[in-house]
Design a protein. Structure first.
Length: 125
């Protein structure tokens, strides 16, 4: 299960921000990634719109070895399952402990389905 404790990260140092920007990331992406530090993820995880099985934001989480992650995108690729978030998700109800969607919602015009389907596939806790 995702750790429910409130994480109080200190703000990233200027050098960390500059290094991220110089590596080609936007300021928004650098700040998002840094905000993920200290979050622990465990359980069966659905990552909506990840596009790849190695998204860079996983470098910032503490991912427990027992975690199983299902990566999705509109188009399938190696270790990435096709999932059109505008339609019914191809997963069973209450299948996942955690549902994540980073940098996805702003690309979906009719986004209500993303939230509704996420609710159905997540285990209630």
């Amino acid at each position: 299960m995702m750790d429910q404790t409130i994480i109080k990260n200190k703000p990233p140092e200027l050098f960390t921000i500059l290094r991220g920007i110089m590596s080609g990331k936007t300021l928004g992406r650098v700040l998002m990634n840094e905000s993920l530090r200290g979050i622990t993820i465990d359980g069966h995880v659905l990552d909506l719109g990840s596009k790849t099985n190695k998204p860079s934001y996983y470098n910032y989480f503490h991912l427990l070895p027992s975690s199983k992650i299902i990566f999705t995108d509109l188009y399938p690729s190696e270790d990435v399952i096709a999932c059109d978030v505008r339609k019914r998700f191809p997963f069973s109800d209450a299948e996942f402990d955690v549902v994540m969607a980073f940098n996805l919602i702003e690309h979906v015009f009719e986004y209500n389905n993303v939230f509704a389907e996420s609710f159905f596939v997540k285990l209630s806790s």
